[in-house]
Write a protein that binds this ligand. Structure first.
Ligand code: C2E
Ligand code: CA
Ligand code: CA
Ligand code: CA
Length: 277
């Protein structure tokens, strides 16, 4: 049956086999990329209500030897499926801390440094690694911020709270990424030690043209503030969006309008400008 199947057109099966072998290949390539240190961080600034940079989000890129700089959408899902995300996540955290140290040593004002954390990384090893990283790079705990998703909290809430508390004890803060796309309610979130909500950029995109999205943003900001949780809007691309959000007292904004993800070298002039002002 096998031999026959190979010659006959069985579109579904071939597609499936192709898909699987492509993924197996990609996993091997990703493993090699980790060995060769091909993953590099870029940093996107977050600004407060006075247009001051207050934080940097660390976003990973793959500097592929043939294909150039690849975005996370091309490799993070496979890293998550294969477990490679654990090692990749460690590297990104190290890089974030190392670059924070460079900024601090250059005399620049202290910014928070945010790192995205996948559910597969969320265990005792992460707690230990955060502790080691803080020590190794002399990172004040309150400089570090971990971005997690609603899904992670819903899987095993008790365990999540326990791990978060150990990390919060080091001064580190948590934000909920892509907020509004999951199924948790704000009231439920109160159970977790969370400092910030990052309103998903799908809600920000249509502010001004979509009344529902405006209503959603409005109520997230209002309720979060009532619960003493800060709010961040991601994906701010227009000044109309910025004005709308600021009129509703959003705490921080992030998006192409204010600053794209950039390599460390480009960050310095941007931060210097704000120091000189
Ligand atoms: P995210 O955490 O929601 O990160 C924000 C994404 O939105 C980034 O995409 C960023 O480049 C993009 N973005 C920022 N401002 C704008 C804007 O104004 N308009 C639009 N259209 N997009 C904007 P990126 O870098 O491609 O990352 C995609 C996702 O990959 C991230 O979404 C995050 O979930 C994941 N990711 C990135 N780096 C890491 C990492 O080190 N570890 C893990 N676990 N996930 C990561
Ligand atoms: Ca994020
Ligand atoms: Ca996000
Ligand atoms: Ca997102």
């Amino acid at each position: 049956a096998k031999r026959q199947g190979r010659n006959r057109a069985v579109p579904f099966q071939n597609e499936f086999v192709d898909g699987v072998s492509r993924r197996v290949q990609l996993v091997a390539e990703l493993r090699r990329a980790l060995e060769r240190d091909e993953f590099v961080p870029v940093f996107q600034p977050l600004f407060d209500g006075l247009d001051r940079p207050v934080a940097l989000e660390t976003l990973v890129r793959w500097r592929h030897p043939e294909r150039g700089l690849l975005l996370p959408g091309e490799f993070i899902p496979v890293c998550e499926e294969s477990g490679l995300i654990v090692e990749l996540g460690r590297r990104v955290l190290d890089e974030a801390a190392r670059h924070y140290r460079l900024l601090a040593d250059a005399g620049l004002p202290a910014l928070r440094v945010a790192v995205n954390v996948s559910p597969a990384q969320f265990n005792d090893d992460l707690v230990n690694h955060v502790r080691d990283t803080i020590k190794a790079h002399r990172l004040p705990g309150d400089v570090l911020e971990l971005e997690i998703t609603e899904g992670l909290l819903m899987q095993d809430p008790e365990r999540a709270i326990e791990l978060m508390r150990q990390i919060v004890d080091m001064g580190v803060s948590f934000s909920i990424d892509d907020f509004g796309t999951g199924y948790s309610s704000l009231a439920y979130l109160k159970r977790f030690p969370i400092d910030r909500l990052k309103i998903d950029r799908s809600f920000v995109r249509d502010l001004g043209s979509d009344d529902d999205d405006a209503a959603i943003c409005n109520s997230i900001i209002g309720l979060a503030h009532a619960l003493d949780i800060r709010t961040v809007a991601e994906g701010v691309e227009t000044s109309m969006q910025l004005d709308w959000l600021r009129a509703r007292h959003i705490d921080e904004v992030q998006g192409y309008l204010l600053g794209r993800p950039m390599p460390f070298e480009e960050l310095l002039p941007l931060l210097m400008r704000h120091v000189e002002r």
